[in-house]
Write a protein that binds this ligand. Structure first.
Ligand SMILES: Cc1cc2nc3c(=O)[nH]c(=O)nc-3n(C[C@H](O)[C@H](O)[C@H](O)COP(=O)(O)OP(=O)(O)OC[C@H]3O[C@@H](n4cnc5c(N)ncnc54)[C@H](O)[C@@H]3O)c2cc1C
Length: 340
């Protein structure tokens, strides 16, 4: 019996739409199904609404995976330049923010429009507001049960995305299907997420809320030298988001608040040259004043440096250079963010 479609794709996100256009151009009859009321919702919120659509310096080393070989072959077959060429062919204006990070100049809508136009040109059909509730294998392919009836296809593509931002339609359906068809599913965890803190530390850091400073954070042999932001919930900012992908529950973060300074030597020199100076004044030279004062108060560093012995200065230097923080957890899938 002939199938309704050559290919059914579950999910009209970036992956599903790209796949639909590619399969359509190969002459296959394609249907994309999504339960959302709009295609590509996550694309629209990406990159703060301007979609960081590629990074020219992407290499397999930038991907966290239990199977690093997959990234090697995927990036060989389709490079950042290939996507850039597609985007430019559609006349999307873009700009480079940090080295290699390409963003739309106007809006992430431009990227979604590229994908939707490609699907249209390739004759791929997109059906929204339709949930896929089950899949069974048949002799010739698959039977796909949806909220609007049953369909058959020769090839099925599962592009239901990951678990981040459930309010955007994310489900664990893809993982369930993988298990159903006997594939090994590894435990998932949220990456690129802010940290939450235990109540006592959260209260101690409350006066620092809203302050950002450049730090070097280390955990599990990885480190990132980027800004940290103290929030009313915990710790965020690029350095914390990046390290969260390497953090495991129970791990401690080591934060160097003055990564460009030789703190112990600086403090000794300052004590010699200006014995009346305080630790807060020293910190104020490099950190936002509010942060410097609040951090100083948090650790009870009072009085001029002339009252500090070498061992005291060593302790201060150690606290500043290796501030040990044990997060309570992360904000989880609800708020996952992204950087290329
Ligand atoms: C805040 C934020 C900012 C980001 N910024 C960037 C960025 O700047 N650059 C970048 O490259 N990436 C960014 N990302 C990541 C990027 O958005 C995602 O990696 C990408 O959109 C994932 O695409 P996808 O097609 O795999 O999944 P999704 O976009 O999640 O698509 C999956 C689709 O499947 C549908 N679906 C799920 N289950 C079913 C079902 N049972 N039946 C029918 N439909 C179903 C969902 O409704 C959804 O539309 C960002 C992510 C977030 C959350």
């Amino acid at each position: 019996m002939a199938s309704d479609y050559d290919v059914i794709i579950i999910g009209a996100g970036a992956a599903g739409l790209m796949c639909a256009a590619t399969a359509g151009y190969r002459g296959r009859k394609v249907l994309v199904i999504d339960h959302a009321n709009k295609a590509g919702k996550k694309i629209l919120m990406s990159g703060g609404g301007r979609c960081n659509f590629t990074n020219l310096n992407s290499t397999p080393a930038n991907f966290l995976s239990d199977n690093p070989h997959y990234c090697i072959s995927a990036l060989k077959r389709y490079t950042p330049q290939d996507f850039l060429e597609l985007v430019e062919r559609h006349g999307v204006e873009h700009e480079e923010k940090a080295a290699g990070q390409l963003f739309c100049r106007d809006s992430a809508k431009d990227i979604l429009n590229v994908l939707l136009t490609e699907c249209e040109w390739a004759d791929a059909e997109i059906r929204l507001k339709t949930s896929v509730t089950g899949v069974t294998g048949t002799d010739t392919g698959y039977r796909v049960t949806t909220s609007a009836g049953t369909l058959t296809c020769q090839s099925l593509v599962v592009a239901c995305g990951g678990l981040s931002i459930p309010t955007m339609g994310a489900t664990g359906f893809g993982y369930e299907l993988a298990k159903q068809f006997g594939l090994t599913v590894l435990p998932t965890r949220a990456g690129l997420v802010p940290f939450t803190l235990h109540p006592e530390l959260k209260e101690q850091l409350a006066p620092l809320s809203g302050v950002s400073c450049p730090v070097d954070v280390t955990c599990n042999k990885q480190h990132f030298r980027e800004p940290m932001l103290v929030t009313h919930r915990g710790l965020s900012g690029p350095s914390m988001l990046q390290i969260s992908s390497f953090w495991q529950p129970g791990d401690t973060l080591s934060i160097d608040l003055l990564p460009s300074q030789r703190i112990h030597e600086d403090l000794q020199t300052l004590r010699r040259d200006k014995p009346q100076a305080t630790v807060a004044q020293y910190l104020g030279q490099y950190l936002p004043k509010r942060f410097a004062q609040a951090y100083n108060d948090l650790h009870g560093w009072t009085g001029p440096l002339q009252g500090y012995k070498n061992s005291d200065l060593e302790r201060v230097a150690e606290t500043l250079g290796q501030w040990q923080i044990k997060p309570a957890g992360t904000e989880g899938y609800r708020t996952v963010v992204f950087r290329t």
